[in-house]
Design a protein around this ligand. Structure first.
Ligand code: ADP
Ligand code: AMP
Length: 216
């Protein structure tokens, strides 16, 4: 099964992706994670991407599309992938269609998680991420057992540099302007499925899981 998970920043894409990839044995491909790793490693691409990420802007399409094309061409994608954070513009969605045609891949569903803006701001400003394994927590809604330590691997938790209130607000503006039009793009294709993300993490997960079991 090949899936896309979309929604505004903070909707819970990464949180649900972690569970869904385990449940359905899918490969999790997050463009945000790819960029953060490149920044950490100090690569040229990472340096370029950081300029945009720090402002809450999108990394230019030509960079992102090239990365996703290379990643989807690898043999480990054949068993099923969950694309998280890509596509984020209409241009990326159209380019993805071309790549899928080249590779003979078909996507089964686009999961769209919707959450109101006030909740998104609360979620993003309280998000904490494990430096070691990438597990995501929230200081109030999904806290770790010990405040600064990852439950799974004991790694240190940190706050993403783009999760400040100013950058969060800019990311939400960018989402509305550049990413929201894609909802209609996938609606027209008949593969979009909307989920109310303003519910408990487990409830959202059960809902998506039940839907995916029905289309498998
Ligand atoms: P995204 O990948 O869409 O940006 P995340 O999965 O990283 O979002 O979630 C953003 C923040 O909100 C994290 O701190 C996460 O723990 C928290 N979160 C995710 N889903 C829920 C939910 N259903 N209810 C409350 N908090 C949530
Ligand atoms: P995320 O982890 O999905 O919240 O992404 C963090 C940041 O990485 C975004 O604010 C963008 O700057 C960049 N990014 C991630 N995915 C994309 C994409 N598909 N297109 C452009 N920029 C992206």
């Amino acid at each position: 099964m090949h899936l896309i998970i979309m929604g505004p920043p903070g909707a819970g894409k990464g949180t649900q992706a972690e569970r869904l990839t385990k449940e359905f044995s899918l490969l999790h491909i997050s463009t945000g994670d790819i960029f953060r790793n490149a920044v950490k490693e100090g690569t040229e691409m990472g340096k370029k991407a950081k300029e945009y990420m720090d402002k809450g802007a999108l990394v230019p399409d030509e960079i992102v599309i090239g990365i996703v094309r290379d990643r989807l061409s690898k043999p480990d994608c054949a068993g099923g992938v969950l694309l998280d954070g890509f596509p984020r513009t209409l241009e990326q969605a159209e380019a993805l269609d071309e790549v899928l045609k080249e590779l003979g891949m078909v996507f089964d569903a686009v999961i769209n998680i919707d959450v109101n803006e006030e909740e998104l701001i609360n979620r993003l400003t309280g998000r904490r991420v494990c430096r070691n394994c990438g597990t995501t927590y929230h200081i109030k809604f999904n806290p770790p057992k010990v405040r600064t330590i990852c439950d799974h691997c004991g790694g240190e938790l940190y706050q993403r540099s783009d999760d400040t209130i100013e950058t969060v607000k800019e990311r939400l503006v960018v989402y509305k302007k550049q990413t929201m039009p894609m909802i209609e793009y996938y609606e027209r294709k008949g593969i979009l499925k909307n989920f109310d993300g303003a519910r408990d993490i487990n409830e959202v997960f059960t809902d998506i899981k039940t839907y995916l079991e029905g289309i498998k």
